[in-house]
Design a protein around this ligand. Structure first.
Ligand code: AGP
Length: 596
């Protein structure tokens, strides 16, 4: 996620801002920038692609003096990582600067309007429309211009704004994207998160949606969206910096499990418009090109492979296209049938996994079209692919993948729906109903799931795919040997492993397979297993046969993997904690496997 830091006070704004941005590096970014009001003709600024240290080295040579400024670390969503796409963005006269965290959904229509009015754009970002809107409405009153500008915006935005004609002023806005205020002694801070300001103060305001901060004449005021003064309650932070960067959670993994509703919303929100049509602007494949496809492979590693299993099910069920799923390290040596009528879908959170990249290169060399689902803008996978579907889940820090997995599943559902609509294998209203359920279900994602240990996972159909991801999650961070069984396979050997007291998780969300799963539950219980079921809250039969049942909100069967995986992620998390492991950095593992 992007990070914002703003400062007004007696210290060096450059020093405070760079220090603050360094405390936000955990949020993940690919470029950084700063703008400082020196009370001259224009705003002084510097912005660089890459690590914060690159900007710091530049500033060592070209320091920017001044006491009022804004800074930003960018996690690219619109436009590749580059100096010009980095924030802050300035108006043409370079008298106003803006930093932004979030997404402006209607930026294209605003950009077209502004270009028609004679404005010129330098970057590919959505953010640049904001500074030109402030410029358009500016007539000497900075906060009024900001209010007028944000009235035209739709989407999520945390903003910091400075203007050369207002040497002691800073305006900040919060809508959806987080923003806090730090209250120092005759100095004020705004930041995306607490760690950025803890070095200077522990007294903060947590801003609500629509609130606007105005720092002027060494005073800070907060207004609501109707310009009424708001009486904010000062909160005192008792976290240390390390804890604060995890948002108060003990580990990044738990933070990222709870981030899933927001991550999935980010994956969805920009691709659904008011009439519930999916707009996959990033996938240029036409109806005719899709109809030409005779073979689809989904290729990935680890958790991304497990998401591919769900993707296969969704594309076959909705678009009626046969799909093969393979582990990248196997695919590349298995002499797959590939030609120009093949579509290869690669899935990679990091976009840097060596085996996945090698599989892509093999497929491209044989003429295949490659669609990449990845979480990192500008990653190797993204650059190599014909089409890219970014999950926009925000950086995933913990080695054990959680929010990337659910975002990848949502990506597959949207791709399957898009393909199905193009191939007319589903009608418009089925499409809309599925999208509605998707949106509705996102609102009800399960938040807190009971903590328990596990050793086997059972499932059928989509639940078996979830069981495979659940088993990987548990084994990689708790080091408990965990295996996923296709429940129908028990009698073919695996039931020999069931003995008294062994915990067996049964995932039961597919209506047409529930009866068979109830029989499987009875089968393993008869051999002494302790059964914990994960089931739709509409199926009360399950709690009558299982020892413990985690009920989750019911949704369309096809969408249940997004919900049913959450309790299994928490199971892994608590099991790892219970065994005293480093949840975020499990032994022997790396977040991105860039070697074969
Ligand atoms: C998942 O919890 C693991 N950390 C690992 O299996 C991971 O999913 C795999 O290495 C693929 O990584 P990628 O998505 O970045 O390509």
């Amino acid at each position: 996620m992007c990070g914002i830091v703003g400062y007004v006070g007696k210290r060096s704004a450059e020093e405070v801002i760079i220090d603050g941005l360094s405390k936000l590096e955990y949020r993940g970014y690919d470029s950084a920038g700063i703008a400082i009001n020196q009370n001259k003709e224009t705003i002084a600024f510097a912005k660089k692609k890459g690590r914060l240290s690159i900007l710091e080295d530049y500033l060592k040579e070209m320091p920017i003096l001044g006491h009022v400024g804004i800074g930003h670390t960018r996690w690219a969503t619109h436009g590749e990582p580059s100096d010009i796409n980095s924030h802050p963005h300035l108006n043409e006269k370079e008298t106003i600067a803006v930093v932004h965290n979030g997404i402006i959904e209607n930026y294209m229509e605003i950009k077209e309007m502004l270009i028609a009015e004679g404005y010129t754009f330098k970057s590919e970002t959505d953010t640049e429309v904001i500074v030109h809107l402030v410029d358009k409405h500016y007539n000497g009153n900075l906060i009024e211009a900001v209010y007028a500008a944000i009235k035209q915006l739709r989407g999520a935005y945390a903003l910091g704004v400075v203007a050369v004609d207002h040497p002691d002023e800073l305006v900040a806005v919060r809508k959806e994207s987080p923003l806090i205020v730090g209250l120092g002694k005759e100095e004020f801070f705004v930041a995306s998160d607490v760690p950025a300001i803890l070095k200077y103060t522990r007294e903060v305001y947590f801003l609500e949606n629509g609130e606007v901060v105005h720092i002027k004449d060494n005073a800070l005021k907060v207004y609501d969206e109707n310009k009424n003064l708001v009486n904010k309650e000062v909160k005192t932070i008792d976290w240390d910096i390390e804890a604060a960067s995890k948002g108060g959670y003990d580990y990044f993994m738990l933070k990222e499990i709870y981030d899933q509703p927001q991550a999935i919303k980010e994956t969805l929100i920009r691709r659904l418009d008011a009439d519930r049509m999916i707009h996959l602007d990033d996938i240029k494949m036409t109806k005719e090109q899709l109809e030409d496809i005779t073979k689809v492979y989904i290729v990935a590693c680890g958790t991304a492979y497990n998401a591919g299993l769900v993707g296969k099910y969704a594309i076959e069920k909705l678009a009626k296209i046969p799909v093969e799923v393979d582990i990248a390290s196997e695919f590349r040596y298995s002499n797959p049938f590939i030609d120009e009528k093949t579509l290869l879908i690669v899935v990679s959170q990091s976009g840097e996994t060596a085996d996945t990249l090698a599989a892509m290169k093999l497929a491209k060399s044989k003429g295949a079209r490659v669609l990449a689902i990845t979480n990192v803008v500008g990653s190797s996978v993204a650059r190599e692919a014909t089409d890219v579907f970014y999950t926009w889940a925000g950086p995933e820090i913990a080695v054990a993948s959680t929010k990337a997995y659910t975002a990848q599943i949502v990506a597959f559902y949207m791709i399957a729906l898009d393909f199905a609509l193009k191939r007319e294998t589903i009608t418009q209203d089925k499409y809309s109903e599925t999208v509605d359920k998707g949106k509705e279900m996102i609102e009800n994602i399960v938040k807190d799931i009971k903590d328990t240990k596990s050793a086997f996972y059972l499932g059928r159909g989509l639940d078996y795919m979830t069981a495979q991801e659940a088993a990987l999650k548990l084994k990689e961070i708790s080091y408990i040997y965990t295996e996923a069984f296709a429940a129908g396979e028990l009698k073919h050997g695996t039931i020999a492993l069931i003995e008294k007291g062994i915990p067996v998780f049964c995932v039961v969300t597919q209506d047409d397979l529930a009866e068979k799963m109830i029989s499987n539950i009875k089968e393993v219980k008869a051999r002494g297993a302790f059964v914990i079921a994960i089931a739709k809250d509409t199926n009360k039969e399950i709690s009558k046969v299982a020892d413990d049942t985690i009920y989750i909100p019911a949704a369309d069967d096809l969408l249940m993997p997004i919900l049913s995986v959450v309790p299994t992620q928490l199971v892994a998390y608590y099991a790892s904690l219970a065994r005293g492991n480093d949840v975020d950095k499990p032994r022997n593992l790396a977040k991105s496997v860039t070697v074969e």
